[in-house]
Design a protein around this ligand. Structure first.
Ligand SMILES: [Zn+2]
Length: 316
């Protein structure tokens, strides 16, 4: 609901409707739901999904439950999924626990239980947020949401990268009280996604694994590096630019200053209070807080952009 309110302010239009209701028995049924989303540009998407409805505890009225998910759990992870992505649910349990172990070693993140929802269609994931189009989603206090599109070739590899990426968002939100700016969130998630290598049952982490990706991104951005103030002007809709430039800045910070420095920046961010709203609604404050944490931790903060440019000279 909060997402709808936030997006309506950005001139998105949501038109929900119920197509039909089918009762399975006296306690359970299915509700066929349609959602029409219109973008500010006028582009339209029509989504159709099926929800489970159940009788409430007093058995007097029907309530909307959730999608008719299957469920599998481990100590750290609770996965809800659709039958046709059963193999991805098992990957989430098997590798998710090990990714969390690695995040615990790197960033001292020890979560209670991470909730993950794995979808099988674009209609399901987009309606659940709801959002015009998405494949991965993570907001503080909500389940991680993942969809690997059907046309994807290397499904296992892509799923594990998405899992690593979305778990990074969850971890960084937790260890910073959700005070990291969007470039830091996306930059770290992309760095970790590209730095873990999965081989059989083993996981190998090294930032140098993402070096080829550094070269690709530099080419993508035409070897133009944004300064921090330019990065802070980008809004959440500049997805690709935030991913690329955020990644280059985080890779630089990781390589030049090391993990300990990043950890100190995260600790500083945790000292700020938690703002209970969606990232896109509190982005200006998150940028200001992240800037303050950088000023506190980097000796030559004023010279940051020059250091960044010098660092990447070797790749040109
Ligand atoms: Zn992301």
């Amino acid at each position: 609901m909060e997402e709808v309110v936030a997006q309506k302010k950005q001139f998105f239009i949501f038109e929900p409707s119920v197509h039909k209701i089918k009762l399975c028995n006296k306690k359970q049924g299915l509700l066929y739901f349609n959602l029409k989303i219109t973008r500010p540009s006028g582009r339209v998407k029509d989504y159709s999904v099926v929800y489970r409805i159940v009788k409430d505890s007093s058995h007097s009225k029907w309530i909307l439950d959730d999608y008719p998910f299957l469920n599998v759990k481990s100590q750290n992870i609770d996965v809800k999924y659709f039958k046709d992505v059963h193999d991805q649910a098992l990957l989430a349990i098997n590798y998710g626990n090990r990714i969390i172990d690695n995040y615990n070693k790197l960033f001292k993140w020890n979560p209670n239980q991470v909730k993950i929802k794995i979808f099988s269609t674009l209609d399901q994931i987009s309606t659940s947020i709801p959002c015009f189009t998405t494949y991965g989603w993570s907001e503080e206090k909500e389940s991680i949401k993942i969809l690997v599109p059907h046309y994807t070739k290397e499904k296992t590899k892509i799923f594990l990268q998405m899992l690593t990426h979305e778990l990074s968002h969850k971890m960084l939100s937790n260890i910073t009280n959700d005070n990291a700016s969007l470039w830091l969130q996306e930059g770290l998630a992309v760095l970790l996604e590209k730095s873990f290598i999965f081989k059989g049952n083993s996981i190998n982490f090294s930032a140098s694994n993402s070096e080829n990706y550094v070269k690709k991104v530099l080419k993508d951005v035409g070897y133009t590096l944004l300064s921090l103030s330019e990065l802070n002007k980008l809004d959440y809709r500049s997805g690709h630019e935030i991913y690329n430039q955020g990644f280059l800045l985080v890779y630089f910070l990781f390589s030049k200053y090391g993990l300990q420095k990043l950890d100190n920046i995260f600790k500083n961010l945790k000292e700020f209070n938690y703002i209970n709203s969606r990232t896109q609604c509190k982005l200006k404050k998150l940028n200001a807080r992240t800037n303050m944490a950088l000023v506190q931790n980097l000796d030559n903060y004023d010279d940051l952009h020059n250091q960044l440019k010098t660092f990447y000279l070797k790749y040109t």
